[in-house]
Design a binder for this molecule. Structure first.
Ligand SMILES: O=C(O)C1=C[C@@H](OP(=O)(O)O)[C@@H](O)[C@H](O)C1
Ligand SMILES: C=C(OP(=O)(O)O)C(=O)O
Length: 446
């Protein structure tokens, strides 16, 4: 079995030869330890960098998106020491805040969390901060953050495009106050403003004025993590006004935070249990979490499996039969590629709804999934806000990934059941899961 070598430094955009996706010889039976959550790690880094005292991040995710975040904060003057934790076990990063420095450059790669969460931090630096990234980062929406920061008093040069590349002219402080944004293209606009808001002189009041708001669990994650570091947040879900979030100005605490496993990255492994009629256990599955991946317990159960949360973690068991599903994924959009892959192998059609904004993710995910599944003989059509998937007998072929980690893992899921699927550039999984090919092979070997 070929296991491609991934680049030693996951910050580098990856290219690897075609990877023959392994088919499953039978039912998988494995325990898969999944590395830390991208979304928790990058929020943890930002909050620790803005704190009034040093903090720890334990079991952080080491991947392209999180290393780019750490590098960017270092460029702004923050010290981040990568090592082992206070008790001597496991990887932990010590984050030592410092006055935020300007005249810095930030490479966002294609990380939504870096390109959206850091401009408000840069507004607090004492000089210009230049932002640029992969070509795709120039196409991903950023106007919500740019317009809001301008309304709050920050000067930004973006060539009037509302997108990268741009320079944020940090003035050492930001007044803050009330701002209206349309976050219908990305929940990360809201999270970005809330995360830095305790450091704005007046805090912030963010009012979302768009028709819809995707990825609510990720906004909950932002609110929860702000509260953990001592911020005061008023928000719709605990009695506040709908679509309005308020963060008061305050000093933030340095915490010792343990990062949960990335439940969205657990998806392909759980899918393997479903597709092969096997069993996969993911240790340390949290009993309470804001991660959208927790919804997989329900979604994959409806698609034909069953799961049990015990002290050992989450055990997901497949039956060998996969059913189609009709589901609104607006809250958990990042799960769409993996669900589409499973749906293509089901015994009845599926409709995935509420995810029009996926056209602006790492790639246009609705177009990419349609083209690639159909390229293997599938029958997928794009709807206005999602996909309609009619399962057909599939055949081998090249599954293109468009620099999208979740396209690569979706292709690997299909490859379990279909001979001859070759994944283009599987190393693109380094965005959030650099070790994916090895983990996948080990899972299959039991
Ligand atoms: O805040 C976060 O950590 C994320 C929010 C979501 O973004 P969108 O709301 O842009 O979909 C999600 O898809 C992304 O993977 C991570
Ligand atoms: C949409 C995603 O990432 P990003 O944080 O770059 O938006 C994702 O990981 O599925």
């Amino acid at each position: 079995m070929t296991v491609p070598s991934v680049p030693a430094d996951p910050r580098t955009p990856s290219q690897s030869p075609l990877w023959p996706a392994p088919t499953a010889g039978g039912a998988v039976d494995a325990t898969v330890t999944v590395p830390g959550s991208k979304s928790v790690t990058n929020r943890g880094l930002v909050l620790a960098a803005l704190a009034a005292e040093p903090g720890w991040l334990r079991r952080p995710l080491r991947s392209r998106d999180t290393l780019l975040m750490a590098d960017a904060l270092r460029a702004l003057g923050v010290r981040i020491e990568e090592g082992v934790g206070p008790d001597g076990t496991g990887e932990a990063w010590r984050v030592i805040p410092a006055p935020l420095r300007g005249d810095a450059s930030v490479d966002v790669g294609n990380a939504g969390t870096v390109m959206r969460f850091l401009p408000p931090v840069a507004a607090l630096a004492d000089g210009p901060v230049r932002f640029d990234g992969d070509p795709r980062s120039h196409e991903r929406p950023l106007h919500g953050v740019i317009d809001a920061l301008r309304a709050l008093g920050t000067r930004i040069d973006d060539g009037k495009r509302g997108a990268l590349p741009m320079t944020v002219h940090g003035a050492g402080a930001l007044e803050g106050g009330r701002v209206e944004i349309d976050a219908s293209s990305s929940s990360q606009f809201v999270s970005a403003l809330l995360l830095s808001a305790p450091r704005f002189n007046q805090g912030v009041e963010v009012r979302h004025v768009g028709a819809k708001l995707p990825s609510m669990p990720h906004i909950r994650m932002t609110v929860d993590m702000l509260r953990v570091v001592g911020a005061q947040v008023d928000e719709p879900e605990t009695g506040g006004e709908p679509n309005v979030w308020r963060v008061s100005p305050s000093a933030l605490l340095g915490r010792d935070l343990v990062v949960e496993p990335d439940l969205s990255n657990a998806q392909p492994f759980l899918a393997a249990a479903l597709v092969t009629g096997g069993r996969v256990t993911v240790p340390d599955w949290p009993s309470r979490t804001t991660q959208p991946g927790d919804a997989l317990r329900e979604i994959f159960t409806e698609m034909g499996g069953s799961c049990e949360l015990t002290e050992q973690g989450l055990t997901f068991t497949g039956t060998g039969r996969i059913h189609g599903i009709d589901v609104d994924l607006s809250e958990v959009g990042e799960l769409t590629p993996g669900i589409a892959a499973v749906a293509a192998l089901a015994d009845s059609p599926s409709t995935l709804r509420g995810v029009a904004h996926l056209r602006l993710h790492e790639t246009d995910r609705l177009a990419a999934l349609t083209k690639e599944i159909n390229g293997l003989g599938g029958d997928v059509t794009e709807t206005e806000d999602g996909l309609h998937i009619r399962p057909r007998p599939l055949h081998g072929g090249v599954f293109h990934t468009y620099d999208d980690h979740r396209m690569a893992t979706a292709g690997a899921i299909i490859g379990l059941a279909v001979e001859g699927v070759e994944i283009e550039n599987v190393a693109t999984t380094a965005k959030t899961l650099p070790d994916f090919p090895r983990m996948w092979t080990e899972m299959l070997e039991g």
